[in-house]
Design a protein around this ligand. Structure first.
Ligand code: G1P
Length: 261
């Protein structure tokens, strides 16, 4: 029977050092872009992909993220009293009623692989999405994760969202080597975390969008510390690739992140 992606993990425990000083006292994921915090774009992308369980892996000082998706009784009461129905509706639409949020703590910032593993008990043995909210992706249509969920429905394999980057920038990303199996879709042959341009196998970078099978958890458990002394998701994916197909997908849309500015 074909499996469906119904859960998304948002690793939001990082210290946000790339965005200092803006993130000294404010969670990076709560920084506004136009009129919404980054994390809300990420959750909306997941909802648009048909995902209904949002799992946030939080660190210390990230409670504002949980508060953002919580009901704000006092605020709603005030808006109701003053007849500001439009604002009230906007507030209530932050999270559609069919969506459930689960909050998990990552006690120590040991890396992206470790953060994803913190969600294991909630995810179980199902395929799931991982969305890094600091990679904001806009396609003006379905959304990047919906594109990937549609591909998953056909392929039933792990999928990494990828994009070609400036070859001088490979040290900022996970970089893959793949063989193309369809336009924009490749089968992974290798993946390495943040290689210097001189040794990078390509300029095809992993962006913050993944669909992973439940088998990734066991691989993370066996992954030691890698680049930057952290437990890297990239290294666990490299191990997964030896057991089952992992695909790369060149999504349609534009990505914005603070590395580019
Ligand atoms: C993480 C991943 C990296 C990926 C990037 C995309 O890096 O480790 O492989 O390319 O996200 O945003 P980080 O943002 O933690 O430096």
């Amino acid at each position: 029977m074909s499996k469906r992606v119904s859960k998304a993990v948002f690793p939001v425990a990082g210290l946000g050092t790339r965005s200092l000083p803006a993130t000294k006292a404010v969670a990076k994921e709560m920084l506004p872009v136009v009129d919404k915090p980054l994390i809300q774009y990420a959750v909306e992308e997941a909802v648009a992909a048909g995902i209904d369980t949002m799992i946030f892996v939080l660190g210390r000082n990230k409670n504002s993220i949980a508060d953002h998706f919580d009901k704000s009784y006092e605020l709603e009461k005030e808006l109701e009293k003053s007849g500001k129905t439009e604002l009230l509706d906007m507030l209530r639409s932050i999270l559609p009623p069919h969506v459930t949020c689960v909050f998990v703590r990552q006690a120590e910032a040991l890396g992206l692989g470790h953060a994803v593993h913190c969600a294991k008990a909630v995810v179980g043995d199902e395929p799931f999405a991982v969305i890094l909210p600091d990679d904001l992706i806009e396609d003006g249509q379905r959304g990047c994760m919906k594109q990937m969920v549609d591909l998953f429905a056909e392929q039933q394999s792990s999928i990494l969202g990828v994009e070609r980057v400036d070859p001088k920038e490979t040290h900022k990303y996970g970089i893959v080597e793949h063989s193309e199996i369809a336009p924009g879709v490749g089968r992974l042959q290798s993946i390495v975390e943040k290689p210097k341009p001189e040794v990078a196998p390509s300029n095809i970078a992993v962006v913050g969008r993944y669909i992973l099978t439940g088998a990734i958890f066991e691989k993370i458990e066996k992954t030691g510390r890698g680049a930057g002394g952290e437990i890297q998701l990239t290294d666990a994916i490299a191990a997964l690739m030896n057991d089952e197909p992992v695909l790369s997908y060149e999504f349609a849309g534009n990505r914005y992140d603070e590395r580019q500015y």
